[in-house]
Design a protein around this ligand. Structure first.
Ligand code: DQA
Length: 150
């Protein structure tokens, strides 16, 4: 059994009503429920966290070692494009993480096409709506269960 930490940045608490044409109709609670179910089916456990505050997200990343986290799924939301502090926190804990986005950030405004995380992530999943979370979880599970890419 491994612990997978799912960390969500600002405004993701508004999923369901927030620009549903871009982000879909599911709430963050719906996503959490389906991830918990999927993780349980594979014998793993989920820590699920959302904050609108950069320092709380940094603190949550820093807590990963105490929480015995094996892998982080991170949707940094708008902090994707701005946060050196969150990037540094991920480098500091040195745990594998997967960057994920509901929308295809590469098909949107130019400012969304730069990420402070992609070059240090194990991989990036974006553009599948709420399914991005499930795909990222499956990727994390395969990473945990079979760490070598060969
Ligand atoms: C997002 C994409 C970001 O550009 C945006 O600021 C978000 C959500 C996504 O999941 O598609 O808040 O991370």
């Amino acid at each position: 059994m491994a612990v997978i930490s799912v960390i969500n940045g600002p405004n993701l608490n508004m999923l369901g009503t927030r620009e549903p044409g871009i982000y879909g109709a599911q709430t963050l609670a719906d996503i959490e429920t389906s991830l918990r179910k999927l993780a349980k089916q594979h014998g793993h456990d989920i820590l699920f966290y959302q904050s609108n505050a950069e320092h709380d997200l940094v603190n949550q990343v820093q807590q990963s070692q105490q929480n015995d986290v094996a892998c982080i799924l991170l949707n940094p939301a708008a902090f994707t494009h701005t946060s050196v502090a969150l990037r540094d926190a991920l480098l500091a804990v040195a745990l594998p993480f997967i960057e994920l986005h509901l929308s295809n950030v590469h098909a949107r405004e130019a400012f969304r096409q730069h990420s402070y995380f992609s070059d240090i992530a194990q991989g990036v999943i974006c553009g599948f709506g709420p399914k991005s979370y499930e795909l990222a979880l499956l990727a994390a599970i395969s990473l945990i269960e079979q760490p070598s890419r060969d």
